[in-house]
Design a protein around this ligand. Sequence first.
Ligand code: SF4
Length: 349
Amino acid sequence: MARAAHLSQYEERFVRLGAKPGHIRRIWRAWLGDGPWTTPESARFPRALSAELDAVREELESLVRFEARESRQADSAKLLVHLADGQYVEAVLLPRQALCISTQVGCAVGCVFCMTGRCGLVRQLSSAEIVAQVVAARRVRSDIKKVVFMGMGEPSHNLDAVEEAVRFLGDVAGFAHKQIVVSTVGDERLFDRLHAMSVHPALALSLHTTDNEKRARLLPRAARLSVERLLERTLDYAEATKYPAQIEWTLMAGVNDSAAEVERLAELVRGRYAMVNFIAVNPVDGSPYTRPDSEHIEDLITILRRAGVVATLRDSAAQDIEGGCGQLRAKHLARSAPAVSTPVKGEEA
Ligand code: SF4
Protein backbone atom coordinates (compact mmCIF):
# COMPACT_ATOMS: atom_id res chain seq x y z
CA MET A 1 0.00 0.00 0.00
CA ALA A 2 1.28 3.48 -0.91
CA ARG A 3 2.46 5.69 1.94
CA ALA A 4 0.00 8.36 3.09
CA ALA A 5 0.73 11.67 1.39
CA HIS A 6 1.79 14.82 3.21
CA LEU A 7 -0.49 17.86 3.27
CA SER A 8 1.87 19.64 0.88
CA GLN A 9 1.60 16.72 -1.57
CA TYR A 10 -2.18 16.96 -1.46
CA GLU A 11 -1.90 20.68 -2.18
CA GLU A 12 0.44 20.03 -5.12
CA ARG A 13 -2.11 17.55 -6.46
CA PHE A 14 -4.94 20.08 -6.08
CA VAL A 15 -2.88 22.68 -7.95
CA ARG A 16 -2.22 20.20 -10.77
CA LEU A 17 -6.00 19.78 -10.98
CA GLY A 18 -6.44 23.52 -11.40
CA ALA A 19 -7.04 24.61 -7.81
CA LYS A 20 -6.44 28.19 -6.72
CA PRO A 21 -5.61 29.01 -3.07
CA GLY A 22 -9.31 29.62 -2.33
CA HIS A 23 -10.23 26.14 -3.59
CA ILE A 24 -7.54 24.57 -1.43
CA ARG A 25 -8.76 26.47 1.62
CA ARG A 26 -12.29 25.26 0.91
CA ILE A 27 -11.19 21.63 0.71
CA TRP A 28 -9.32 21.92 4.00
CA ARG A 29 -12.27 23.61 5.68
CA ALA A 30 -14.55 20.81 4.50
CA TRP A 31 -12.14 18.19 5.85
CA LEU A 32 -11.97 20.02 9.16
CA GLY A 33 -15.77 19.97 9.33
CA ASP A 34 -15.97 23.78 9.08
CA GLY A 35 -17.56 23.92 5.64
CA PRO A 36 -19.41 21.84 3.04
CA TRP A 37 -17.73 19.50 0.55
CA THR A 38 -20.31 20.37 -2.08
CA THR A 39 -20.36 24.00 -3.13
CA PRO A 40 -22.99 26.24 -4.65
CA GLU A 41 -23.04 26.54 -8.46
CA SER A 42 -21.40 29.96 -8.26
CA ALA A 43 -18.32 28.66 -6.51
CA ARG A 44 -17.56 25.54 -8.48
CA PHE A 45 -14.21 23.86 -8.40
CA PRO A 46 -12.23 23.54 -11.64
CA ARG A 47 -13.58 20.59 -13.60
CA ALA A 48 -10.57 18.30 -13.08
CA LEU A 49 -10.60 18.96 -9.34
CA SER A 50 -14.35 18.45 -9.16
CA ALA A 51 -13.99 15.08 -10.85
CA GLU A 52 -11.54 13.95 -8.16
CA LEU A 53 -13.22 15.53 -5.19
CA ASP A 54 -15.06 12.42 -4.03
CA ALA A 55 -11.86 10.39 -4.20
CA VAL A 56 -9.94 13.08 -2.29
CA ARG A 57 -12.63 13.22 0.34
CA GLU A 58 -12.59 9.46 0.76
CA GLU A 59 -8.80 9.37 1.02
CA LEU A 60 -8.70 12.11 3.64
CA GLU A 61 -11.56 10.60 5.61
CA SER A 62 -9.91 7.18 5.66
CA LEU A 63 -6.47 8.31 6.83
CA VAL A 64 -7.33 7.41 10.42
CA ARG A 65 -10.12 5.61 12.21
CA PHE A 66 -10.59 5.34 15.97
CA GLU A 67 -10.93 1.72 16.89
CA ALA A 68 -10.91 1.38 20.64
CA ARG A 69 -11.32 3.73 23.48
CA GLU A 70 -10.16 3.50 27.07
CA SER A 71 -11.60 6.00 29.47
CA ARG A 72 -10.83 6.58 33.12
CA GLN A 73 -12.55 9.93 33.54
CA ALA A 74 -15.53 11.54 31.83
CA ASP A 75 -13.41 14.21 30.14
CA SER A 76 -10.50 12.03 29.00
CA ALA A 77 -10.05 8.96 26.84
CA LYS A 78 -7.24 7.12 25.16
CA LEU A 79 -8.03 6.37 21.53
CA LEU A 80 -6.53 3.59 19.43
CA VAL A 81 -5.95 5.11 16.01
CA HIS A 82 -6.09 2.73 13.06
CA LEU A 83 -4.10 3.98 10.06
CA ALA A 84 -5.05 3.10 6.49
CA ASP A 85 -2.12 0.65 6.11
CA GLY A 86 -3.15 -1.33 9.19
CA GLN A 87 -0.70 0.28 11.62
CA TYR A 88 -1.82 1.72 14.94
CA VAL A 89 -0.92 4.75 17.01
CA GLU A 90 -2.62 6.42 19.96
CA ALA A 91 -4.31 9.73 20.62
CA VAL A 92 -5.61 10.96 23.96
CA LEU A 93 -8.54 13.24 24.69
CA LEU A 94 -7.54 15.24 27.73
CA PRO A 95 -9.33 17.50 30.18
CA ARG A 96 -9.45 21.21 29.43
CA GLN A 97 -10.29 20.71 25.73
CA ALA A 98 -6.90 19.24 24.87
CA LEU A 99 -5.87 16.43 22.55
CA CYS A 100 -2.58 14.53 22.52
CA ILE A 101 -1.51 13.12 19.16
CA SER A 102 1.21 10.84 17.76
CA THR A 103 3.87 11.68 15.19
CA GLN A 104 5.35 8.24 14.48
CA VAL A 105 4.37 4.57 14.64
CA GLY A 106 6.72 3.46 17.39
CA CYS A 107 9.71 5.54 18.41
CA ALA A 108 13.46 5.21 18.07
CA VAL A 109 14.39 6.96 21.34
CA GLY A 110 13.76 3.88 23.48
CA CYS A 111 12.96 5.56 26.79
CA VAL A 112 13.21 2.77 29.34
CA PHE A 113 9.90 3.62 31.01
CA CYS A 114 7.85 3.78 27.82
CA MET A 115 6.00 0.97 26.04
CA THR A 116 6.34 2.73 22.68
CA GLY A 117 10.10 2.88 23.17
CA ARG A 118 10.21 -0.90 23.36
CA CYS A 119 9.03 -1.49 19.80
CA GLY A 120 11.48 0.83 18.05
CA LEU A 121 10.50 2.97 15.11
CA VAL A 122 8.06 1.29 12.72
CA ARG A 123 7.34 4.18 10.40
CA GLN A 124 6.88 7.92 10.17
CA LEU A 125 3.42 9.46 10.05
CA SER A 126 2.75 11.85 7.19
CA SER A 127 1.69 15.39 8.07
CA ALA A 128 -1.80 14.51 6.83
CA GLU A 129 -1.96 11.51 9.19
CA ILE A 130 -0.85 13.71 12.08
CA VAL A 131 -3.56 16.31 11.37
CA ALA A 132 -6.14 13.59 10.62
CA GLN A 133 -6.00 12.62 14.31
CA VAL A 134 -7.18 16.13 15.17
CA VAL A 135 -9.88 16.07 12.47
CA ALA A 136 -11.21 12.73 13.70
CA ALA A 137 -11.02 13.75 17.36
CA ARG A 138 -13.06 16.90 16.65
CA ARG A 139 -15.83 14.60 15.52
CA VAL A 140 -15.74 12.89 18.89
CA ARG A 141 -15.37 16.14 20.84
CA SER A 142 -15.98 19.35 18.93
CA ASP A 143 -14.48 21.75 21.48
CA ILE A 144 -10.79 20.84 21.15
CA LYS A 145 -8.72 23.99 21.66
CA LYS A 146 -5.27 22.61 22.37
CA VAL A 147 -3.15 20.00 20.56
CA VAL A 148 -0.07 18.48 22.19
CA PHE A 149 2.45 16.49 20.15
CA MET A 150 3.20 14.18 23.03
CA GLY A 151 1.87 10.79 21.95
CA MET A 152 3.83 8.05 20.21
CA GLY A 153 6.99 9.19 18.48
CA GLU A 154 9.65 11.87 18.83
CA PRO A 155 8.73 14.99 16.80
CA SER A 156 12.36 15.87 16.06
CA HIS A 157 12.71 12.53 14.23
CA ASN A 158 9.89 13.44 11.84
CA LEU A 159 10.59 17.12 11.58
CA ASP A 160 9.26 18.03 8.13
CA ALA A 161 5.92 16.34 8.75
CA VAL A 162 5.63 17.88 12.21
CA GLU A 163 6.39 21.35 10.86
CA GLU A 164 3.73 20.97 8.15
CA ALA A 165 1.19 19.73 10.68
CA VAL A 166 1.94 22.57 13.11
CA ARG A 167 1.64 25.12 10.30
CA PHE A 168 -1.68 23.63 9.20
CA LEU A 169 -3.09 23.63 12.72
CA GLY A 170 -2.06 27.24 13.27
CA ASP A 171 -2.78 28.73 9.83
CA VAL A 172 -5.64 26.63 8.47
CA ALA A 173 -7.36 24.98 11.44
CA GLY A 174 -7.20 28.18 13.50
CA PHE A 175 -5.58 26.90 16.69
CA ALA A 176 -3.91 29.61 18.78
CA HIS A 177 -0.19 29.07 18.30
CA LYS A 178 0.53 28.76 21.99
CA GLN A 179 -2.18 26.06 22.18
CA ILE A 180 -0.06 23.83 19.95
CA VAL A 181 2.58 22.16 22.10
CA VAL A 182 5.49 20.17 20.69
CA SER A 183 7.14 17.84 23.17
CA THR A 184 10.66 16.65 22.49
CA VAL A 185 13.59 14.87 24.09
CA GLY A 186 15.69 17.62 22.49
CA ASP A 187 17.56 17.87 19.23
CA GLU A 188 19.54 20.80 17.76
CA ARG A 189 17.69 20.46 14.45
CA LEU A 190 14.32 20.83 16.15
CA PHE A 191 15.42 23.88 18.13
CA ASP A 192 16.80 25.50 14.95
CA ARG A 193 13.64 24.72 13.03
CA LEU A 194 11.31 26.02 15.75
CA HIS A 195 12.83 29.48 15.54
CA ALA A 196 12.42 29.52 11.75
CA MET A 197 8.82 28.26 11.65
CA SER A 198 5.98 30.57 10.63
CA VAL A 199 3.78 29.13 13.39
CA HIS A 200 5.61 28.99 16.71
CA PRO A 201 4.24 26.24 18.93
CA ALA A 202 4.87 26.09 22.67
CA LEU A 203 7.67 23.73 23.65
CA ALA A 204 7.87 20.93 26.20
CA LEU A 205 11.23 19.33 26.96
CA SER A 206 11.27 15.74 28.24
CA LEU A 207 14.21 16.13 30.60
CA HIS A 208 13.58 13.51 33.34
CA THR A 209 16.92 14.05 35.09
CA THR A 210 19.69 16.62 35.53
CA ASP A 211 22.39 13.94 35.38
CA ASN A 212 23.82 13.53 31.87
CA GLU A 213 24.92 9.92 32.31
CA LYS A 214 21.63 8.90 33.84
CA ARG A 215 19.78 10.62 31.02
CA ALA A 216 21.76 8.61 28.49
CA ARG A 217 20.63 5.44 30.25
CA LEU A 218 16.98 6.47 30.59
CA LEU A 219 16.69 7.84 27.02
CA PRO A 220 19.26 5.66 25.25
CA ARG A 221 18.85 6.98 21.73
CA ALA A 222 18.06 10.64 22.40
CA ALA A 223 20.47 13.11 20.83
CA ARG A 224 23.54 13.47 23.02
CA LEU A 225 23.03 17.02 24.25
CA SER A 226 24.00 17.95 27.78
CA VAL A 227 21.26 18.92 30.21
CA GLU A 228 22.71 22.44 30.28
CA ARG A 229 22.56 22.73 26.48
CA LEU A 230 19.02 21.31 26.34
CA LEU A 231 17.81 23.81 28.89
CA GLU A 232 19.66 26.68 27.26
CA ARG A 233 18.02 26.03 23.89
CA THR A 234 14.59 25.33 25.38
CA LEU A 235 14.60 28.39 27.61
CA ASP A 236 15.93 30.66 24.84
CA TYR A 237 13.03 29.57 22.65
CA ALA A 238 10.55 30.11 25.50
CA GLU A 239 11.87 33.61 26.07
CA ALA A 240 11.76 34.38 22.33
CA THR A 241 8.14 33.21 21.97
CA LYS A 242 6.93 34.32 25.41
CA TYR A 243 5.39 30.91 26.03
CA PRO A 244 6.74 29.25 29.16
CA ALA A 245 8.77 26.10 28.50
CA GLN A 246 7.32 22.97 30.04
CA ILE A 247 9.97 20.77 31.60
CA GLU A 248 8.63 17.22 31.70
CA TRP A 249 9.92 14.83 34.32
CA THR A 250 8.65 11.25 34.62
CA LEU A 251 9.20 10.38 38.26
CA MET A 252 10.52 6.91 39.05
CA ALA A 253 11.06 5.85 42.65
CA GLY A 254 14.74 5.60 43.52
CA VAL A 255 15.81 6.65 40.00
CA ASN A 256 15.23 10.38 39.57
CA ASP A 257 13.22 11.42 42.60
CA SER A 258 15.91 12.52 45.03
CA ALA A 259 15.64 15.91 46.70
CA ALA A 260 19.20 16.66 45.57
CA GLU A 261 18.35 16.16 41.92
CA VAL A 262 15.24 18.29 42.11
CA GLU A 263 17.20 21.01 43.94
CA ARG A 264 19.62 21.03 41.02
CA LEU A 265 16.69 21.34 38.61
CA ALA A 266 15.43 24.29 40.64
CA GLU A 267 18.85 25.96 40.33
CA LEU A 268 18.88 25.44 36.56
CA VAL A 269 15.43 26.87 35.86
CA ARG A 270 14.96 29.39 38.68
CA GLY A 271 14.11 32.83 37.31
CA ARG A 272 13.66 31.50 33.77
CA TYR A 273 10.51 31.24 31.70
CA ALA A 274 9.67 27.64 32.57
CA MET A 275 7.42 25.38 34.56
CA VAL A 276 8.03 21.81 35.70
CA ASN A 277 5.49 19.04 35.09
CA PHE A 278 6.04 15.89 37.07
CA ILE A 279 4.43 12.72 35.76
CA ALA A 280 4.42 9.68 38.03
CA VAL A 281 5.64 6.78 35.89
CA ASN A 282 2.94 4.55 34.52
CA PRO A 283 4.20 1.03 35.21
CA VAL A 284 4.79 -1.03 32.07
CA ASP A 285 4.61 -4.85 32.16
CA GLY A 286 7.91 -6.31 33.29
CA SER A 287 9.38 -2.89 34.01
CA PRO A 288 11.27 -2.30 37.27
CA TYR A 289 10.12 1.34 37.49
CA THR A 290 7.55 2.33 40.09
CA ARG A 291 5.90 5.54 41.21
CA PRO A 292 7.17 7.44 44.22
CA ASP A 293 4.54 7.84 46.93
CA SER A 294 2.34 10.93 46.80
CA GLU A 295 3.81 12.50 49.93
CA HIS A 296 7.29 12.35 48.46
CA ILE A 297 6.08 13.88 45.18
CA GLU A 298 4.51 16.72 47.18
CA ASP A 299 7.87 17.30 48.90
CA LEU A 300 9.60 17.53 45.50
CA ILE A 301 7.01 20.03 44.27
CA THR A 302 7.56 22.07 47.41
CA ILE A 303 11.31 22.22 46.74
CA LEU A 304 10.64 23.77 43.34
CA ARG A 305 7.94 26.14 44.55
CA ARG A 306 10.14 27.39 47.37
CA ALA A 307 12.71 28.24 44.71
CA GLY A 308 10.05 30.22 42.83
CA VAL A 309 9.58 27.59 40.12
CA VAL A 310 6.03 26.72 39.03
CA ALA A 311 5.64 22.96 39.44
CA THR A 312 2.74 20.56 39.09
CA LEU A 313 1.98 16.87 39.11
CA ARG A 314 -0.01 16.12 35.98
CA ASP A 315 -3.50 14.93 36.70
CA SER A 316 -4.17 11.24 36.43
CA ALA A 317 -5.59 11.35 32.89
CA ALA A 318 -2.51 13.09 31.56
CA GLN A 319 -0.20 10.85 33.54
CA ASP A 320 -1.02 8.10 31.09
CA ILE A 321 0.34 9.97 28.14
CA GLU A 322 4.06 9.76 28.27
CA GLY A 323 4.87 7.06 30.77
CA GLY A 324 1.91 5.09 29.46
CA CYS A 325 1.99 5.82 25.77
CA GLY A 326 1.93 2.75 23.61
CA GLN A 327 0.10 0.61 26.13
CA LEU A 328 -3.26 0.59 24.37
CA ARG A 329 -1.58 -0.17 21.04
CA ALA A 330 0.50 -2.93 22.64
CA LYS A 331 -2.61 -4.45 24.20
CA HIS A 332 -4.35 -4.41 20.84
CA LEU A 333 -1.39 -5.94 19.00
CA ALA A 334 -1.11 -8.67 21.61
CA ARG A 335 -4.79 -9.51 21.11
CA SER A 336 -4.49 -9.53 17.33
CA ALA A 337 -1.11 -11.27 17.04
CA PRO A 338 0.62 -12.30 14.83
CA ALA A 339 -0.06 -9.12 12.79
CA VAL A 340 2.73 -7.21 14.54
CA SER A 341 4.84 -5.04 12.30
CA THR A 342 8.59 -5.12 12.23
CA PRO A 343 10.60 -1.98 12.83
CA VAL A 344 12.19 -0.77 9.63
CA LYS A 345 15.71 0.49 9.37
CA GLY A 346 16.74 3.74 7.78
CA GLU A 347 13.79 5.88 8.87
CA GLU A 348 15.44 7.22 11.98
CA ALA A 349 16.56 10.79 11.80
S1 SF4 B 1 8.60 8.54 25.95
FE1 SF4 B 1 8.33 9.60 23.97
S2 SF4 B 1 10.43 9.81 23.22
FE2 SF4 B 1 10.53 8.26 24.80
S3 SF4 B 1 10.31 6.29 23.71
FE3 SF4 B 1 8.25 6.95 24.39
S4 SF4 B 1 7.39 8.01 22.63
FE4 SF4 B 1 9.62 7.92 22.33
